[in-house]
Design a protein. Structure first.
Lengths: 225, 113
């Protein structure tokens, strides 16, 4: 590794072809995702981008992450997106808006900062030249699990808690409140009927207290009166 | 790591890590441009997913360049966070559409006025 660190790119021809093909697929797919007006086209090109990214992860010896990328991203998350697109399929009238001058200046400044950091890191030592040799088990499920459950147990547990919170939050936010309103109204009506029954026939009320499970029939009888 | 005494292989590719980092940078910039410029909340969420994936790519590239698997664990956790973010974000989107009949972010500035 040390001898080859100065050399630029020692990758063989097929490796280069695979990398550039996947890189082109990722860039074209992401640009398509961000520029199409039709949300369905955007979601489909995002799925393609994720597949190409998964292949690129595999070339980085990250087999486990490549599988997870396909299962979680291209599988679960994008299906969620497609469902939401089906619920609210709308094309936008004004796809792009530009903000005022201060915001734009801030954007340009942070963009320049990002470029500066990028070139500083890309020029540094461990990323130029061919990557070091790694064990054959690098990136497999067994060795990732080894690191995950030895050194990162608490983050793992925290993530499971976060996912639970996300489930509860998602259900709470997106739930329809129409049924609850209907249930509230029904409970109110039932209470009014019981009050009427109590006023007219105290015996009905004691029968309800007796608890034969006949609250609706008793209430109904009082309501007919 | 010291826990993997078995055979030392070559890895799958000899492409220098900086190529992957450059690709990650480009992907992040495309995602950021989408998040900042598009007004459709659905597309903005997709831009956030692109940004997260660019971060994952950079983590995995560094992980490969340094021969350390901790980056893989971070990427794994980021994918879990992205799943949570997508679930809650899309739920908010559906709630927004139900109450305001729009997913245009310029028309959803209730807390601004």
């Amino acid at each position: 590794m040390g001898a080859a660190a100065a050399a630029a790119n020692t990758a063989s021809m097929p490796e280069q072809v695979v990398f550039w093909f996947l890189a082109a697929a990722i860039i074209v797919g992401s640009i398509f995702t961000m520029t199409r007006r039709n949300p369905v086209t955007a979601v489909m090109s995002l799925v393609g981008t994720f597949f190409a990214l998964a292949a690129l992860y595999a070339t980085l010896n990250a087999h486990f992450l490549a599988i997870i990328q396909i299962l979680v991203y291209a599988g679960a998350i994008m299906v969620l997106f497609i469902f939401v697109v089906m619920i609210l399929n709308r094309e936008e009238a004004t796809p792009v808006t530009l903000r005022g001058l201060p915001t734009r200046a801030l954007g340009v400044l942070s963009g320049l900062y990002l470029i500066w950091v990028f070139f500083r890191i890309v020029g540094s030592s461990p990323v130029t030249g061919p990557p070091p040799s790694v064990p054959d088990s690098f990136g497999t499920v067994a060795s990732i699990g080894d690191v995950l459950f030895r050194d990162f147990v608490y983050p793992f547990e925290a993530i499971s808690l976060l996912l639970l919170i996300a489930i509860v939050g998602g259900v709470t936010i997106s739930r329809s409140h129409r049924k609850e309103v209907a249930a509230d109204k029904a409970a109110e009506a039932r209470r009014a009927i019981q009050q009427m029954a109590h006023a007219d026939y105290p015996a009905v009320d004691t029968a309800l207290e007796g608890g034969h499970g006949g609250s609706s029939s008793g209430g109904g009888g009082g309501g007919h009166h | 790591m010291g826990r993997h005494p078995e055979a030392v292989g070559e890895g799958i590719t000899d492409m220098p890590v900086q190529y992957y980092l450059t690709l990650s940078f480009v992907l992040f910039v495309i995602g950021t441009a989408g998040v900042l410029l598009r007004r459709n909340a659905l597309i903005v969420l997709m831009g956030i997913e692109l940004q997260l994936n660019a971060g994952n790519l950079a983590l995995l590239a560094f992980s490969r360049g340094l021969g350390d698997q901790k980056g893989h664990v971070f990427a794994f956790l980021i994918i879990a966070i992205a799943a949570a973010e997508a679930a809650v974000g899309l739920a908010i989107l559906v709630g927004l559409f139900r109450s305001r009949q729009t997913i245009n972010l310029d028309e959803a500035s209730l807390m601004k006025r």
